[in-house]
Ligand binder design. Sequence first.
Ligand code: BEZ
Length: 388
Amino acid sequence: MNAPFRLAALALCATAFGPLAQAQSTGPIKVGLMLPATGTFAALGDMIEKGFKLYVQEQGGKLGGREIQYFKVDDESDPSKATDNVNKLIKRDNVDVLIGTVHSGVALAMAKAAKDSNTLLIVPNAGADAITGAMCGPNIVRSSFSNWQPGYSTGVVAAQKGYKRAMTITWNYAAGAETVKGFTEAFEKGGGKVLKDLNLPFPGVEFQALLTEIAAQKPDVVFAFFAGGGAVKFVKDYDAAGLKNSIPLFGSGFLTDGTLEAQGASAQGLQTTLHYADNLDTPRNNAFRTSFALTYKANADVYSVQGYDAAQILGAGLAAVKGDLGKRDALTAAMRKVTVDSPRGKFTISPAGNPVQDMFLREAKGKNNEYRSVAVKALADPARGCKL
Ligand code: BEZ
């Protein structure tokens, strides 16, 4: 290319790409929401999105001084489509940060893609232990929990109540297996014994044969992990099988969170543990629930809290660098150092990127999962395999 032509070409590039380059450092932050909009976890994805957007709206639509622009993909809670789906956000939409998702198997694929492309990822639900364990990375933070945490805290409570023989029941995928593992660890440490683990493929709801097996074995207690639409069906079937009044049903709180209206009388009185209870009577939780109810004409739940807190964590990172995404190390460090003023209560983030948080024993009453006690204070995930 001769010199005058090269100059002309450079001038053309500057005109074509100059404003774009500028927009990337001063324009909106591109947030990729990868959540389920269909399937058994659709309502969970919707509540996470509502919570995230509520916090942004409360900040005047900006985080770290920059507008937020949303890009969305329905991940269908389908791990086989996860890599393609997350690449729509990373490669097609060129997002600055990924927010997702609900399903552990899908989130594992997101975490791999986020690591490979060094994209920021905030996980607002999925508990897959490896995300803040062996796969941990400075660009990955979770606003929710590890699967181990609610499993472990329910095991502590079940052992303290004096139950000795338990059966577990769940879907056969990472979240089910890891939650059960956490339960078993604490329950057996407390003197109990898990007789048998029952499971069925995700998102199946053919519970009958498994409930018959529970009725035959008559354990002292049953521990279950289900969520969303599957949890509604399971809790109703457990009751309809006549088990509710004979064998106490315990669960991680997802069993009854966001599902109480649909579960009706079958869920009343069920005890679960989780890092949130609807009626926590604190100014922070009351303000959040009022704001959520006014904005969406619906009651908040744990998923909306996790979405809200994902936005808070992103906001803390962006505030520390005044919206400058180029200051990546300072941004990710601030996202780890933050004490999140959450509706669940203040929590910190472990070096591996997972919340260190109180786990509550709750009881389903009316439309609420009511606080009963602190099951385990400031529970930190063991972060097995994380080298950070
Ligand atoms: C999970 O797949 O990690 C999950 C899904 C729903 C509720 C809780 C955990």
